[in-house]
Design a protein around this ligand. Structure first.
Ligand code: PGA
Ligand code: MG
Length: 221
């Protein structure tokens, strides 16, 4: 029997240029155990991905800010302080970097994402003033309320599914996956992972991006 999986999206199910690797569309629906997608992206993104993969909607979004399983959505924190900080950042000349429509933050409920091109020093200074963490996923900076973590999301999804978090095998690529690695029973960083993810994982794959994830799936069969 294969184990349940908790999978990061960006860097883990994607190609090096950032699209979903088409091999995910075969491998994930065929997996004979629950799959939870755990991402820093806003809630609609992983829901849409589950929809188009045709797998059950079991999702940890916004690093654990929004958790969805068993027909229940839990929003664990509000976005008031992150938005106050984002406004202060913009007032001081910063740019969130997503244009006027800002579809990156438009449906975000608990935090604010900032483009990697932004002024990092200014962002970190503002975050500190507002007592927020800056999470660098390698795809964006995120202004996150301390204590919000994908690993806590995994604990609540596991409970909703009648499972133990330690039943899960985790795959991820960045510092926002460290808490998932700690909560899951076994963890893999893909070869493109950042130093924090590599140090926290039980194993590091030979392959990068989806090659690494498929390597894990093959080893678990
Ligand atoms: O949205 C991001 O910045 C990264 O998302 P991820 O957690 O799926 O890698
Ligand atoms: Mg990632």
């Amino acid at each position: 029997m294969v184990p349940p999986l908790v999978l990061d999206i960006d860097g883990t199910l994607t190609t090096p240029t950032g699209g979903i690797d088409p091999r995910a569309f075969e491998a994930l629906p065929a997996w004979d155990a629950p799959i939870v997608l755990a991402t820093g992206k806003a809630f609609p993104y992983p829901v849409a991905l589950c929809h188009f993969l045709q797998i059950p909607e079991q999702v940890i979004a916004e690093h654990g800010g929004v958790v969805y399983a068993d027909d229940e959505v839990r929003v664990t924190v509000d976005s008031e302080r992150p938005w106050q900080a984002a406004e202060a950042f913009v007032d001081r000349g910063g740019d969130l970097g997503w244009g006027a429509a800002d579809t990156v933050n438009r449906w975000r409920e608990t935090e604010v994402a900032v483009n990697l091109d932004a002024d990092e020093a200014l962002l970190r200074a503002v975050a500190e003033e507002f007592d927020l963490d800056v999470v660098d996923t390698g795809y964006a900076y995120h202004l996150v309320t301390p204590g919000v973590a994908k690993g806590d999301g995994l604990r609540s999804v596991a409970t909703a599914l009648g499972l133990d978090p330690a039943d899960f095998v985790a795959v991820g690529d960045s510092e926002n996956d460290v808490s998932t690695f700690e909560a899951a029973g076994e963890s893999f960083a893909v070869a493109n992972a950042d130093d924090r993810a590599r140090a926290a994982a039980d194993h590091v794959t030979d392959g990068a991006h989806m090659d690494g994830t498929l390597e894990v799936l093959a080893a678990l069969q």
